[in-house]
Design a protein. Structure first.
Length: 81
């Protein structure tokens, strides 16, 4: 995604992980650090009665973007059953 004075044709996207990421490898396709789910797939199959899990939301893009040039928002919905 290249940002210019016009509206970008691509959007950033969110990749979820269970650990804090210090490198961009989380944004690579099929990253083993990323949680793999689409739509309403469950993150955890067998949950105990008390469940705490920290999820990290990593903002990614498909190409290099200068840090001072990107602005936007991502809506994330979490369903707890």
């Amino acid at each position: 995604m290249e940002l210019t004075g016009t509206k970008a044709q691509e959007s950033g996207y969110v990749v979820t992980s269970l650990t804090s990421q210090q490198q961009n490898t989380i944004c690579e396709p099929n990253s083993s650090d990323a949680l793999s789910y689409v739509g309403s797939n469950k993150l955890v199959n067998a949950m105990p009665k008390v469940f705490n899990q920290t999820l990290y939301f990593n903002l990614c893009a498909n190409s290099n973007i200068p840090a001072d040039r990107y602005s936007g928002s991502v809506d994330v919905a979490i369903l707890v059953e």
